[in-house]
Design a protein around this ligand. Structure first.
Ligand code: OAD
Length: 232
């Protein structure tokens, strides 16, 4: 199995030990903020300053955070086998890239990018955003974070379905299995014949769908698993 095609899905648990909050754990972001107000198109239309404030704070936290051993191990794996290993992340931080990983698929968008709500142009923006900032392409005062909000369609789905259909092994790391379509990837991959492995601190909503599960902190579990795959 270690020589086959591996598709890895990561979630907030991967970045938790870098100091970035998860969403649904005790003290998670969705216990402090109203998801409908800060992570939906309707919330943005009602109060763009509040939404920009939420993502500006998260962008600053992400800039100050550093990759942990789990990001570094995944970067080592994907760079060692770029044709065979794909990293799909629900995370909007750039810690996998800062660990050196190439070709990461960000299905929920990226904190360090902005998008124009008028023309769709998107560009790198590592600094704060303010309602009314002009689009660099069309000039409309319609800047928004390049984040996939609830009610919007995740990015790169056609490519992701193809990858899942071709996978020999699907691995989910640090994700609670509560947000679709990502939560169904384990079933999609298993239906197509892949082996499945979940690495997480605790049982999740979808643990029963995995052939194997390992419990522990990502910073411990992921480097150990990567070493197995690379035969170290
Ligand atoms: P959640 O907060 O829902 O789940 C985080 C998972 O990580 C939980 O199952 C934890 O048990 C686990 N976990 C926490 N710390 C860990 C650690 N150190 N090592 C291993 N596992 C750990 O986050 P996601 O599943 O990523 O979407 O959430 C999915 C989506 O919901 C996010 O992308 C975001 C959110 O709303 C958008 O904002 C669009």
């Amino acid at each position: 199995m270690s020589d086959g095609r591996i598709v890895i899905l990561t979630g907030a648990g991967l970045s938790a030990e870098s100091g970035l909050g998860t969403f649904r754990d005790k003290d998670g972001l969705w216990t402090k903020y109203d998801l409908g107000e800060v992570a939906t198109p309707e919330g943005f239309a009602a109060d763009p300053a509040k939404v920009h404030g939420f993502y500006n704070a998260r962008r600053r936290n992400a800039r100050e955070a550093a990759p942990n051993p789990a990001h570094e191990a995944l970067a080592r794996l994907v760079n060692a086998r770029p044709q065979m290993v794909t990293l799909i992340t629900q995370n909007v931080d750039d810690l996998l890239e800062r660990a050196g990983a190439r070709g990461v698929i960000h299905m929920h968008g990226e904190l360090m990018r902005a998008k124009c709500a008028a023309c769709g142009a998107n560009w790198e923006q590592r600094e704060d955003m303010t309602p009314g900032d002009p689009c660099g392409s069309c000039g409309a005062p319609a800047i928004r974070p390049d984040i996939v909000w609830f009610g919007e369609y995740p990015y790169h789905m056609e490519a992701i379905w193809d990858l899942l259909r071709a996978a020999d092994l699907f691995v989910a790391i640090g994700t609670s299995g509560q947000v679709y379509p990502a939560a169904a990837f384990v079933q999609d991959a298993a239906r197509a014949g892949a082996d499945t492995l979940e690495l997480n601190l605790e049982d999740t909503e979808v643990s029963h769908d995995f052939a194997q599960t390992r419990r522990g902190a990502a910073s411990q579990l992921v480097p150990a698993w990567v070493a197995e795959i690379l035969g170290e």
